[in-house]
Design a binder for this molecule. Structure first.
Ligand code: PEP
Ligand code: MN
Length: 255
């Protein structure tokens, strides 16, 4: 069993199944508060929301940055949910003081100076697998954080690039049992960035639970059609509620 990491009362690992949910990007106070309240009611333990976005194109929405962090913290205060958000530069660390879990995006998995800087903090780190990285490379990146003094690393499988183009990435579900055999760090699955299509999110989430993941991270939006980022893969709060119900049944079956 993976070791448990305590995030202000919410545990990841240690036999728990933890759901992280929220929009790709924090867009407005109304948006993040509304989504936060819905996902909490459906059973999410942690709220996600990007403030600093590592986008492929410099012309795409880059996030609300500092204002996004503030809005996320407002949602944390309003709901009591710990929050997860991505960091793109170690220079921003002072702004992340009240953030509960710092995410390292797939594109930064081998940004070793960033990993070392995060290793010197006492924050849990959600480390996403790079889209072209092996499991051993993912574990070596985790070692950069651990060897600098921070053992609170959560691994995240979010799909890798293959010859298949129908899906945004190919979800490597074998990563879940494989990583569990290689390390005691908790392993969560992000079906949203793997799929890139909203109708694939529910089946991949259920499959992740069946494969023994310690949790999932799902992008949820109250108005996916008008989302500023990743609307095609966002599910609505109603769809989220339904998939959580199904996941809980799978968890009962696999024990
Ligand atoms: C995200 O989780 O918002 C994100 C950008 O994911 P990834 O780094 O896996 O592409
Ligand atoms: Mn996204």
């Amino acid at each position: 069993m993976s070791k448990a990491i305590d995030i202000n009362g919410v545990r990841i690992g240690g036999g728990n199944f933890t759901v992280i949910a929220g929009p790709c990007c924090v867009e407005s106070e109304e948006q993040i508060l509304q989504i936060a309240r819905c996902v909490k009611q459906s059973g999410a333990g942690l709220l996600r929301g990007g403030a600093y976005k590592g986008r492929t194109s410099p012309y795409d929405f880059q996030g609300l940055k500092e204002e996004g962090l503030e809005l996320l913290l407002k949602a944390k205060k309003a709901t009591g949910m710990p929050v997860v958000t991505e960091i793109v530069s170690a220079d921003h660390l002072p702004l992340f003081e009240d953030i509960d879990v710092i995410q390292v995006g797939a594109r930064n998995m081998q940004n070793f100076e960033l990993l070392r800087a995060l290793g010197r903090t006492d924050k849990p780190i959600l480390l996403k697998r790079g889209m072209a990285n092996t499991l051993r490379e993912l574990l070596m990146s985790a070692e950069y954080i651990k060897s600098a003094g921070n053992n609170q690393v959560i691994l995240c499988e979010r799909g890798i690039r293959t010859f298949e183009t129908y899906t945004r990435n190919t979800l490597d579900l074998s990563a879940v049992p494989a990583l569990k055999a290689m390390t005691d760090l908790p392993v969560v699955v992000d079906p949203s960035h793997a799929a890139g299509k909203e109708f694939l999110v529910a089946p991949l989430s259920m499959a992740a639970a069946a494969a023994g993941a310690d949790g999932i991270m799902i992008e949820v939006h109250n108005d996916p059609e008008h989302a500023l980022c990743d609307g095609e893969q966002a599910i609505t709060p109603e769809q989220f509620d339904e998939v959580i119900g199904k996941i809980m049944k799978i968890r009962e079956i696999i024990g």
